[in-house]
Design a protein around this ligand. Structure first.
Ligand code: AMP
Ligand code: MG
Length: 327
C-alpha cells in the first residue's frame, strides 16, 4: 500500500473508532465522599469492568490508609511501639514516603501526623466546643512530620514519638485517583476522568475535544468561579466550602493549622493544577495553610502547573465576570 494511503486509512480508522465510543459514568461512595468515573469506551461491558477495577483500588487505599477505620493499617500504627522498625505494606509505605516529601516541601503546612489535632477538630464539630488549653497542648505535643523515619530497603517505619496518629485525609484521595486512572489505562481506557471528592484526575480528552471541561468551585455552592479545559492533568480545590464549624461567630475550616492546632479561621481557598493528583491534593491543602505570604514557594514544585489562592470576595468577582462573559 502507498504510505500516504496507509496513513489515511489509519487516520480514518482512528476517527471511526472514536466516533463509535460512548460515554459512560459510574459512581460509588468511597472514603466518606463520592467517587465518579466518567469514560469513553466501545461498549458498556468494557467500561464497567474497568470502572469496577478502579473503584476496587480506591477501596483498597481506604482499607489501608483510612484514619476513620480503627482496623486500617494506618490506624493500627498508633498502637505500635516507639523506636522499633515496623513493617509496612508497599501501598502504605509509598503513601507515607510521598506524604513525608510533601511535608518537607511545604515546611510542615501539610502534615501527615496531624491525627491528634484532626480528631480534636471532629470533636469540636460534633460538640460545638473548642478544646481546652491542656487538651490542645497535649495533642500538639504528639504532632510532627519529623517524628517518624522510613527505611526503603526494609520497607519499615520507625515512630519517634509516643501516641502519634496519622491522618492522610489530604492526600489519599488524590493518590487513589492517580492509581485509578492508571488502572483504567491498563484496562484499555485512556479517555477517562476520575472525580474523588474535590480531587480530579484527567486522562485523554473526550473524542474530538481539546479536554474535559471542569467547573472550579471555591466559596459558592451553586456556581463555579470558572470553568477550565484540561487533559492529562490533575486539579484539586481546598477550602471550607463543604466542611467547617462555626463557634461563637468564628468559622473554623476542616483544614487544620499545624501552627495553632485549630481549624483555619482565615477564609481562603486554593486551586492547584498539577501533573498528578498526588501532588495537587496535598499541595492545595498546604497552600490554604500557607496563605499568600508563603505559598509562592510551591510554584517551583515539580509537577505543579498552577496555583491560585482565592478569598470569598475574589471568588464572587470572578463568578460575576465569568457569568457575564459566558452567558
Ligand atoms: P483536603 O480536603 O484535601 O483539603 O484535606 C483536608 C483533610 O485533611 C482534613 O479533613 C483532615 O483530615 C486532613 N488535614 C487537615 N489539615 C491538614 C494539614 N494541615 N495537613 C495535612 N492534613 C490535613
Ligand atoms: Mg487535599
Amino acid at each position: 500500500m502507498h504510505p500516504r494511503i496507509s496513513l489515511l486509512v489509519l487516520v480514518s480508522s482512528v476517527a471511526a473508532l472514536s466516533a463509535m465510543e460512548e460515554r459512560f459514568r459510574f459512581e460509588r461512595p468511597v472514603m466518606g465522599t463520592r467517587f465518579v468515573v466518567t469514560c469513553y469506551a466501545a461498549d458498556r461491558g468494557v467500561a464497567e469492568t474497568a470502572a469496577t477495577a478502579a473503584f476496587g483500588i480506591a477501596e483498597e487505599v481506604n482499607a489501608v490508609a483510612s484514619d476513620h477505620l480503627p482496623e486500617s493499617e494506618l490506624s493500627l500504627l498508633a498502637s505500635k511501639p516507639v523506636g522499633r522498625p515496623i513493617s509496612l505494606s508497599p501501598l502504605l509505605f509509598s503513601l507515607l514516603e510521598h506524604s513525608r516529601r510533601i511535608a518537607e516541601a511545604t515546611g510542615g503546612a501539610f502534615d501527615p501526623t496531624l491525627g491528634p489535632l484532626t480528631k480534636l477538630w471532629r470533636q469540636t464539630r460534633d460538640h460545638g466546643q473548642l478544646p481546652d488549653a491542656e487538651t490542645l497542648r497535649d495533642a500538639r505535643a504528639r504532632v510532627g512530620w519529623q517524628n517518624f523515619t522510613l527505611d526503603t530497603g526494609s520497607r519499615t517505619i520507625t515512630l519517634l514519638q509516643d501516641h502519634m496518629a496519622f491522618d492522610l485525609g489530604a492526600v489519599a484521595k488524590g493518590y487513589a485517583a492517580d492509581l485509578m486512572l492508571e488502572s483504567m489505562a491498563e484496562n484499555g481506557i485512556r479517555r477517562a476522568i476520575i472525580v474523588a471528592g474535590g480531587e480530579i484526575r484527567l486522562g485523554e480528552p473526550p473524542p474530538s475535544r481539546d479536554g474535559w471541561r471542569v467547573a472550579l468551585q471555591t466559596f459558592d455552592r451553586s456556581r463555579p468561579d470558572e470553568v477550565v479545559t484540561l487533559s492529562n492533568a490533575a486539579v484539586s480545590t481546598s477550602g471550607d466550602l463543604y466542611q467547617s464549624v462555626e463557634i461563637e461567630g468564628v468559622r473554623y475550616s476542616h483544614i487544620v493549622s499545624p501552627y495553632t492546632g485549630l481549624g483555619l479561621t482565615r477564609r481562603i481557598a486554593a486551586i492547584v493544577i498539577a501533573d498528578e493528583a498526588k501532588f495537587s491534593d496535598p499541595l492545595s491543602t498546604a497552600a490554604c495553610v500557607m496563605g499568600p505570604e508563603t505559598s509562592g514557594v510551591l510554584k517551583n514544585y515539580p509537577g505543579l502547573r498552577e496555583l491560585k489562592l482565592r478569598t470569598p470576595q475574589e471568588s464572587e468577582m470572578l463568578i460575576e465576570e465569568n457569568h457575564l462573559s459566558n452567558p
